[in-house]
Each structure stands twice: as structure tokens, then as C-alpha cells.
Design a protein. Structure first.
Ligand code: 1CP
Length: 354
């Protein structure tokens, strides 16, 4: 493996492992994206997936927020939908709409998915990670990421974003065996994809289960938790086999507060918390569990006046407490947030005494 520059800021890795940092670490979900004018101007000349697939461009976008702000982590510019794409599905990114899969998964076309060679077709993500590790010059750790099986299955069956995911949920109820087979297939790919990212230089990994919010405890326990645990277990085993470092992993199951204690038993070092849950309730639910929490300021709080934003941020930190805590938003930053607000947010976090 290539020799990477030495890491200078390891706050986030420390906190993930339960150690005490000098300051609270902070990063922002979707920090490399549409709220940055420099991203929008680069985006004018390239399609979204062209930017993902070109390591120089993906690296440039990843570094944009790091150049502007005192963030404690970078996250590789990519998307969760690169997996369905590498499986042979067409994925379009429509401005103002989001991802569209014009030929969603059906019983007829399932057999057309091409799991063979999928990691090879995702190699460009690894190349972007390796390049970014060098260009970061050890400033902060680099996150790799993936969508969780359920969230990917949701997009594949719905053919795009959906508020209710009623089609994908129909599959869970009507065709449970088919769903288990698909979840198993996605799990195997996700494991190899994450290991490939660590091999390429990712220092911490996040699994996004953004569509957990449309399920309940019974469905999540049956169709999601076993696969998410399998991902953690198998990534660990494979990293060890390859003599790679055991990187910490974050699970962000958005809206799955119906099973927070269960999530804490899966082996992930960090649980991402969405903005709908009260930090004090989170701590109560996770009492005695060996996990770090990450979150959970309402992304809309960045629309508040600077004074109020500071107030909300301080209150959130008070309520979570400073132990085993990584500060973040409770979901991705919105495109129309004023980039200056991000300075106040980060500054406020770093000024807290721990
Ligand atoms: O047109 C454009 O320029 C596309 C905008 C955009 C960007 C910048 C999309 C489309 N994806 C991304 C990057 C992205 N996506 C990252 C980059 C790294 C970073 O965090 O800075 C990450 C981690 C994702 C992950 C992702 N994509 C998720 C999980 C996180 C979440 O927000 O719940 C999901 C659900 C997607 C699907 C997706 N991709 C893009 C859109 C618009 C959507 C639908 C969800 C949404 O509206 O945000």
C-alpha cells in the first residue's frame, strides 16, 4: 500500500474508539456538495457521475469543505447509488429531482443484475480515495461510505427517491424470500466495497441507512439488523485477513430510533443520530452501551440567526454531554444554506471545553 502522509488530527478516530480528544470533533453530512459555490461552478461543466468517476474531480470536491473550514474529517465525494449502477442499473441524477432509475427492479429483470466484477467496476472510488489521502496531507481522516442494503434496495425497487417507499415495502411483505436474497447479495457487495475503500486509504467508514425511517422495529429486526451486523463482522474479518487496520465504523440508520439499543449491539463504534430524537433520550436509551454517538442538529437550524444557531448548538452539546460524542447535523446539509453559517457551527463546537 502507498505510504500516506502522517495524520495530524485524529480527534474523530479517538472519540470513535472511546478515547478523550483535546476538542470535540465535528464534520457535516453532505459537506462536499451543493451548498458550496465552488462545487456548483465545477458541477456546471460535468455531470454528477462524471464527477464521481473521475478521481481528480472527486478529490477536488472532497477537499473543498476542508479548505474552507476547520472540519475534523473529510468524506470522499461519491454517492450511495454507485452500487446499483455498478450492478448494471441505469442511474440518472436529475437536477432538482435527485436520483432516477428509469428501469427499476422487477421480478423479470432481477436476473440481469451483474454482481460479478462489481468491485472492479467501482475501482474508481478507490482511486479517488488514494489520491485524496495524499492530497489531504494528513490534515484530517478520510471517511469512506456506502448505502446500507435496505436503502439501496429501496432506490432499486422504487426507481428513485420516495417518501413512503410503499413499493419496496410491498416487496418486504409480499416477497420476503426474494428480499432476503437481494439483501444478502447487496451485503456481500457492500463488504467487499468497504474493504476495498480501506485498502485504498479510507480511515473510517459510514453506512448510510437513510430509508430506515419508513420501517418499524419488527421489519428492521427481520430485514436489516442481521445484514448490518454481517457487514460489520465480515469487514473486520476481511481487514484482518488482509493485514489492514481495523477502522472504526459508523452506522447512520436515519429515523430508526425505534431500535437504538439494538443498533448499539451490532459492533459499530459509532451510531449516527437523526435530528428528530432528543439527545437526552438518546443517552438514556444507550445507557451502559459501549458506543459513541454522532449528530444531530436539525439541518434547518443553519437557517436560524447566528446567535440562535450558536444557542441551539450549545444546547445540543449540553444535552448529549461531551463524552463519546462526535458533532454533526442530524441529516445532510441543505443546498441553500449560507456557507458562512457553517463557520459559526464549527467554531461553536471547537470552543466547548471538554
Ligand atoms: O446534482 C447534483 O449535483 C447532485 C447532488 C448530490 C451530491 C453532492 C447527490 C445526489 N449526491 C451527492 C453526494 C453525496 N451523496 C455524498 C458525498 C459526500 C458528502 O457527504 O459530502 C454522500 C455521502 C451521499 C450519500 C447519499 N446519496 C445518501 C445518504 C445520505 C443521505 O443524505 O441520506 C442518499 C440517500 C443519496 C441519494 C441521493 N444522491 C443525490 C440525491 C439528491 C439523493 C437523494 C437524497 C437527497 O435528496 O439528498
Amino acid at each position: 500500500m502507498s505510504q500516506f502522509p502522517q495524520l495530524k488530527n485524529d480527534r474523530i478516530l479517538k472519540v470513535a474508539r472511546g478515547e478523550v480528544p483535546d476538542k470535540l470533533p465535528v464534520w457535516i453530512m453532505r459537506q462536499a456538495g451543493r451548498y458550496l459555490p465552488e462545487f456548483m461552478s465545477l458541477r456546471q461543466n460535468h455531470s454528477f457521475f462524471e464527477m464521481c468517476q473521475n478521481p481528480e474531480l472527486a478529490c477536488e470536491v472532497t477537499l473543498m469543505p476542508i479548505k474552507r473550514y476547520n472540519l475534523d474529517a473529510a468524506i470522499i465525494f461519491s454517492d450511495i447509488l454507485v452500487i446499483p449502477q455498478a450492478l448494471g442499473m441505469v442511474v440518472e441524477m436529475k437536477p432538482g429531482v435527485g436520483p432516477v432509475l428509469p428501469e427499476p427492479l422487477t421480478f423479470e429483470n432481477i436476473s440481469k443484475l451483474e454482481p460479478k466484477g462489481v468491485i472492479e467496476r467501482l475501482k474508481y472510488v478507490g482511486e479517488a480515495i488514494t489520491l485524496t489521502r495524499h492530497k489531504l496531507e494528513g490534515k484530517v481522516p478520510l471517511f469512506g461510505f456506502t448505502g446500507a442494503p435496505w436503502t439501496l434496495l429501496g432506490y432499486m425497487v422504487e426507481g428513485g427517491g420516495s417518501r413512503t417507499l410503499s413499493k419496496a415495502k410491498k416487496w418486504l411483505y409480499a416477497y420476503p424470500e426474494v428480499c432476503h436474497r437481494l439483501m444478502y447479495l447487496l451485503t456481500r457487495i457492500i463488504v467487499d466495497y468497504l474493504v476495498m475503500q480501506v485498502e485504498a486509504g479510507a480511515q473510517i467508514l459510514q453506512v448510510f441507512d437513510s430509508s430506515a425511517e419508513v420501517l418499524n422495529k419488527e421489519l428492521y429486526t427481520k430485514f436489516c439488523l442481521p445484514y448490518i451486523k454481517d457487514i460489520r463482522d465480515c469487514v473486520l474479518v476481511k481487514l484482518e485477513q488482509k493485514n489492514l487496520e481495523k477502522v472504526p465504523m459508523v452506522l447512520f440508520a436515519k429515523g430508526a430510533h425505534y431500535c437504538l439499543p439494538e443498533q448499539a449491539d451490532l459492533g459499530y463504534e459509532v451510531l449516527g443520530i437523526d435530528w428528530t430524537v432528543d439527545p437526552k433520550v438518546v443517552r438514556e436509551l444507550l445507557k451502559g452501551k459501549n458506543v459513541t454517538v454522532q449528530g444531530n442538529l436539525d439541518p434547518c437550524a443553519l437557517y436560524a440567526s447566528e446567535d440562535n444557531l450558536i444557542k441551539f448548538t450549545k444546547k445540543m452539546i449540553d444535552d448529549f454531554g461531551t463524552q463519546r460524542y462526535i458533532v454533526n447535523l442530524g441529516h445532510g446539509i441543505y443546498p441553500d444554506v449560507c456557507p458562512d453559517k457553517v463557520y459559526s457551527f464549527i467554531e461553536t463546537v471547537h470552543n466547548v471545553k471538554i
